[in-house]
Design a protein around this ligand. Structure first.
Ligand SMILES: C[S@@+](CC[C@H](N)C(=O)[O-])C[C@H]1O[C@@H](n2cnc3c(N)ncnc32)[C@H](O)[C@@H]1O
Length: 276
């Protein structure tokens, strides 16, 4: 494994996460009580605008019943559980962080979805799956942790059936250097941001045709403004997953967006034969 991946792995090394989740989830009832995926949404959707953003991306890419969906960098599995519950699709998640994968499997057991939602530990740069098995691949707030974008997007392309779709929702460089720490990186050493244009160019070069490309920065800024105004947060938050420093990380992402340093890209692509 490369140094880049080691730094990122350290950032998401949430030791004992599944045990911590077990403790905080006691507030929702006893261990054997089945949870609804949406009850976990404040701690298991690890990206700007939370569950609403996952729901919009799913609609935009056209997820439907019976589809096979791959979530690359699946975190603690909130998007995967939401998609399976909402659309009746099968979802596989792959994530670099073993504690996150363990937590994702635990939470999926609590929602009773182990039959349709599964997770594997692995790198997006060497996905531990056979070629051509998926109708849709999702990538939400992951690319900014990955230096080798050509390889990332080629791996995603390799996963898709002919005509399959790839939907991405990621933080992009906009007008300046970001303030750190941010939710995906304590220092610039774990952060590999590109502009929206450079991101879309790298995706196209891997064998994709653009179907949708939109700037979601205004929506993200409005979401952060509402968060700032909403007062003390509830107890079930992403801080449970990422530790007590998370409030500062999230505040800096809001500041970077407000100051025009960073933006948010939403885009959907269709797999086409790769350029020679
Ligand atoms: C900000 S979280 C987003 C998680 C999830 N996509 C979500 O939206 O809830 C970024 C995730 O990407 C994963 N990640 C970062 N680099 C990765 C890589 N090279 N391969 C696989 N996963 C990676 C991290 O472990 C982390 O779970």
């Amino acid at each position: 494994m490369t140094d880049d991946l080691d730094g990122v792995r350290d950032h998401y090394r949430a030791t004992g996460l599944a045990e911590r989740l077990k403790t905080v989830l006691a507030v929702l009832g006893p261990e054997d009580q089945r949870l609804k995926p949406e009850q976990l949404a404040t701690l298991d959707q690890f990206h700007t605008r939370g569950l609403a953003a996952t729901a919009e991306l799913a609609k935009l890419v056209g997820i439907a019943a019976g589809m096979s969906v791959l979530d690359v960098g699946s975190g603690v599995g909130g998007p995967a559980r939401f998609l399976a519950a909402t659309y009746g699709c099968e979802v596989t998640g792959v994530d670099l962080s073993e504690p996150f994968v363990e937590a994702a499997i635990y939470l999926t057991g609590r929602t009773g979805q182990a039959g349709t939602v599964s997770f594997k530990a692995g790198s997006a740069l060497a996905l531990p799956l056979d070629d051509g098995g998926f109708d849709v691949v999702l990538l939400q707030h992951v690319a900014m942790n990955i230096a080798d974008r050509p390889l990332l997007y080629r791996e995603i392309r390799r996963m898709l059936k002919p005509g399959g779709k790839f939907a991405t929702f990621d933080v992009v460089l906009n007008g300046g250097d970001p303030h750190y720490p941010v939710p995906w990186a304590k220092t610039p050493a774990e952060s590999f941001l590109l502009s929206a244009a450079a991101t879309c160019e790298a995706i196209a070069a891997a064998g994709f045709r653009t179907l949708v490309q939109q700037d979601d920065t205004a929506g993200a800024k409005a979401w952060f403004a509402a968060l700032r105004a909403s007062g003390p947060p509830p107890s079930l938050k992403l801080g449970v997953v990422m530790g007590p420093g998370f409030a500062d990380f999230a505040a800096n992402l809001g500041r970077n967006l407000m100051e025009g340093r960073l933006g948010i890209l939403t885009a959907v692509f269709e797999a086409v034969p790769a350029k020679a």
